[in-house]
Write a protein that binds this ligand. Structure first.
Ligand SMILES: *[C@@H]1O[C@H](CO)[C@@H](O)[C@H](O)[C@H]1NC(C)=O
Ligand SMILES: *[C@@H]1O[C@H](CO)[C@@H](O)[C@H](O)[C@H]1NC(C)=O
Ligand SMILES: *[C@@H]1O[C@H](CO)[C@@H](O)[C@H](O)[C@H]1NC(C)=O
Length: 435
């Protein structure tokens, strides 16, 4: 009886609330204005052929309990001019979330200060690669200027919630920037694909020798390596920045949080061995190699290289946004559900000109998916299949096949019901009990 009554009271309360709000404006609060700001990373210097791969911690970022609505970036010079990809190839930028100790040193009993071992703790996205692999909140590469990432209302990525930050820590952000100056290089595509012969390296960044059949990829184009220049080419060193633009709104209960998932086509998770929820079972490699069709003996397939992997998503939800990340040579990537329905297909567009944002031969944008919220649902435990397709008329080294998904576990009306139930019902119950 009590429960029936409570539900009745609850329904009435909702009805009154809905009537009340529909008089003033609408269901979704509109006075929560989108704020926007552009920031510059620390300055980095590049000269023809050189590479930077930097990790900048505690970068400028909006503060407070907010919902991110959009994030994008590009490389600019000191005057703020956009730099085209054929001069500075933006291999990737990746933004990660951390909890940083407010007291990075601890004092020993003898008075000596020693560093706290748990200085920075990465707060990874919701998955699904092993450890912290592909744990970023945001990140793109050459396609950054032409790829939209605006999260529709009333959804957003919740950050800065003081209740989630552990005692003694604060939330900070890190950007990893990997850029290659290809002015005057002998082989622009080869340099951007990090072909080891062009970088003349035999050991990786940690001085471990690179296995002989590794032709190219991140192991060969780390910070401070150089790609082969044309004989006698000289050009000025210059100072550049990653300019990143963030849009956000202040947090409120009407915002429906989305979770970030990053799938990787190189993930070799064995479904037969998958112990539910363990991301240590995943094995994302991030990069892979595409053999040319003349050497992989698959003539007649039109020189198209298809790579697939199947991955279960422990917790599903409603797809709000999806986009793939591919490198030059990519011709598209599709994510399928267990019943082979298409969840999202993301296709690269190539530039045709010379100016920044339209550089011929480079991927300058990826198409995105914005399904009508509620129309595409991934069920809990559903096995998704990710497919990444490259043109392999020529071989490609160090390519990627990533898929970024924003998933809401509730739709706005469900979220509204849950978030009001606790606080609102408490008042209703109090009145009820008092009587
Ligand atoms: C390549 O590296 C080797 C060993 O570090 C060096 O002796 C050689 O001069 C380099 N070649 C070029 C073309 O830079
Ligand atoms: C599954 O796990 C078992 C035991 O850990 C291991 O021996 C086997 O090779 C694994 N199989 C696959 C397909 O990974
Ligand atoms: C692959 O690229 C070659 C040129 O490099 C082009 O002729 C061919 O049409 C492309 N194939 C596809 C399927 O895009």
């Amino acid at each position: 009886m009590w429960f029936v009554l409570r539900d009745l009271v609850f329904s009435l309360a909702i009805l009154l609330l809905l009537l009340g709000t529909s008089c003033s404006s609408s269901f979704v609060k509109t006075e929560n204005k989108i704020k926007s700001a552009a920031f510059l990373s620390p300055k980095f210097e590049l000269e023809p052929g050189s590479v930077i791969e930097k990790y900048y911690y505690d970068i400028d970022f909006p503060k407070g309990h907010i919902a991110i609505k959009s994030f994008n970036a590009e490389v600019v010079d000191e005057a703020g001019n956009p730099i085209p990809l054929h001069e500075t190839y933006l291999h990737h930028w990746v933004v990660e979330r951390y909890y940083q100790s407010k007291h990075p040193t601890q004092t020993r009993h003898d008075g000596q200060k020693i560093p706290e071992n748990s200085g920075n703790v990465m707060v990874r996205n919701n998955g699904i690669c092993q450890g912290n692999k592909n744990g970023q909140y945001f990140g793109l590469g050459s396609e950054t200027r032409g790829t939209t990432m605006d999260i529709p209302d009333p959804f957003g990525i919740e950050i800065g919630n003081p209740e989630q930050v552990p005692e003694g820590f604060e939330e900070i952000w890190m950007v990893n920037i990997h850029a290659i100056d290809t002015r005057g290089v002998e082989d622009k595509l080869g340099c951007t694909e990090c072909r080891c012969d062009l970088y003349n390296v035999t050991v990786d960044e940690d001085w471990s020798s690179i296995r002989p059949n590794y032709k190219g990829g991140l192991l060969c184009c780390y910070d401070d390596t150089h790609c082969k220049l044309k004989e006698g080419f000289e050009g000025p060193k210059r100072s550049l920045y990653l300019k990143y633009t963030i849009k956000w709104v202040d947090w409120d209960d009407f915002i429906v949080p989305v979770k970030i998932y990053m799938l990787d086509v190189t993930d070799t998770l064995q479904l037969s061995n998958y112990s539910e929820g363990l991301n240590s079972d995943h094995d994302c490699q991030v990069e892979y190699q595409v053999e040319s069709c003349s050497t992989d003996h698959k003539e007649g397939n039109g020189c198209v290289h298809v790579k697939r992997t199947s991955l279960p998503l422990k917790t599903g939800g409603y797809v709000i946004y999806g986009v793939a990340h591919q490198h030059s040579g990519g011709i598209g990537s599709t994510l399928y559900g267990q019943d082979e329905r298409i969840i999202c297909s993301s296709i690269p567009s190539y530039g045709k000109g010379n100016e920044a944002g339209n550089e011929a031969g480079y991927i300058v944008g990826m198409s995105t998916c914005y399904p009508q919220p509620g129309s595409i649902k991934i069920i809990d435990g559903e096995t998704l299949t990710l497919e990444s397709i490259y043109n392999n008329t020529k071989e490609h080294t160090g390519v990627m096949g990533l898929f970024y998904l924003l998933i809401a576990e509730e739709l706005p009306y469900q979220h509204f019901r849950h978030s009001t139930r606790s606080s609102f019902l408490m008042d209703v119950n109090n009145i009820f009990l008092d009587n």
